[in-house]
Design a protein around this ligand. Structure first.
Ligand code: PHE
Length: 369
């Protein structure tokens, strides 16, 4: 500490009065600005380098004998002033820095609870409509063999019907027989085959899952998307059962006011096949931009299980039991259907851009909380 010691030029009363008044002022300004009481205490009362000690030593040394007493009294008063300031500082609430303290007036940290993704929510809704009708859930792998994805579903190798499902194949499969080659499943229909091979009729299953196609992404297409497949096989299953089931399901999903209609279509694994349309939920069938002024929205594919599919299933089942006849088309019939989850969720919520589902953007997702 390199403190300057104030000079005392004369020891008469007015000079002492003035000198000590200056010191008292110094103490006062320091107590009002000094943040750390201990620094202040050491500066003034420190035993070796304290200001009080240094000043009193300097002034008493050259003081005439008669000035010693008044000097002593004034130094004592000054010391009392300093000590009183220290007592006051100790009693005052500590001045804490913002860093060290906790500001209890700040809003708390809110941890938002998780919610199901809107796609999963719609998928679950579809599945539970069919659970209510007595269907159970079946699942299958996303990496599938050519046999389950195509061949058993009556898409022969090199058949042009395969071109409708632009397929992503796994590399280095050429050495394998065509039926064993691996690919990303293009639809959930292979689970029909897997389930029928594993289980004799009656069978009622729904199959939610992810599917992959070599499609360029645009507002309504994504190379990875989701489907829910359905399969019902039993004695005396007719096209009316298919119509009644899907009409019920569409009303359960979109409201009891929607109408359905069935248009002839083609799938290799169903015969006859149909595309199902629902009356436009945006304009109640009047015609609007969403339904391209037609009043109808195309929603899913369906049809009666083609006997060729039962034949493939039977061939596989006979590898385990040569007498198996569970899927004899003379005894059982069935229907199947498949729908795109993204498409249904987009219609339910009026979403026009499929990419929102995969963006992870909280501003989009929070709307479903
Ligand atoms: N698997 C077909 C598709 O992805 C949909 C479908 C399923 C059609 C079941 C008929 C029966 O396009």
């Amino acid at each position: 500490m390199n403190e300057t010691i104030p000079q005392l030029l004369s020891y008469d009363d007015p000079s002492l009065e003035a000198a000590f008044a200056t010191l008292a002022d110094e103490v006062r300004t320091e107590t009002s600005s000094q943040r750390d009481a201990e620094v202040f205490r050491l500066r003034w009362l420190g035993r070796k380098q304290g200001r009080l000690k240094l000043i009193s030593e300097a002034w008493l040394k050259s003081a005439p004998a008669e000035a010693r007493k008044p000097l002593g009294i004034r130094f004592n008063q000054l010391k009392q002033q300093i000590e009183a300031a220290l007592v006051a500082a100790a009693a005052a609430p500590p001045v804490t820095s913002a860093k060290a303290g906790i500001d209890i007036t700040l809003p708390g940290m809110v941890r938002a609870p998780g919610i199901p993704h809107p796609l999963l929510k719609t998928m679950q809704e579809i599945v539970s409509v069919f659970h209510d009708l007595g269907y159970s859930t079946a699942l299958g792998p996303q990496v599938e063999t050519d046999f389950y994805n195509f061949e058993a579903l009556n898409f022969p190798p090199n058949h042009p019907a395969r071109d409708t499902q632009d397929t992503l194949v796994l590399a280095n499969q050429q050495a394998k027989p065509s039926r064993d080659r691996l690919l990303m499943r293009t639809h959930t229909s292979p689970v029909q085959i897997r389930s029928m091979i594993a289980q004799a009729p009656p069978i009622r299953i729904v199959v939610p899952g992810k599917v992959h196609r070599n499609d360029a992404a645009d507002a309504t297409h994504s190379p990875v998307f989701h489907q829910v497949e359905g399969l019902c096989v039993d004695t005396n299953i007719t096209f009316s059962d298919l119509k009644g089931t899907l009409d019920y399901a569409m009303k359960a999903l979109f409201g009891s006011g929607v109408k359905t209609r069935f248009f002839p279509s083609f799938f290799p694994f169903t015969e006859p096949s149909a595309d199902v349309q629902i009356s436009c939920i945006f304009c109640a069938g009047m015609g609007c931009r969403k339904c391209k002024q037609s009043g109808w929205i195309e929603l899913l594919g369906c049809g009666m299980v083609d006997p060729a599919v039962f034949a493939s299933v039977t061939e596989e089942r006979r590898k385990l039991d040569p007498a198996d006849d569970a899927y004899n088309p003379a005894k059982v019939t069935g229907f199947a259907f498949g729908m795109g989850v993204e498409r249904i969720a987009m219609i339910q919520h009026g979403i026009s851009e499929i990419g929102h589902f995969y963006s992870g953007d909280m501003r989009f997702l929070e709307q479903f909380a």
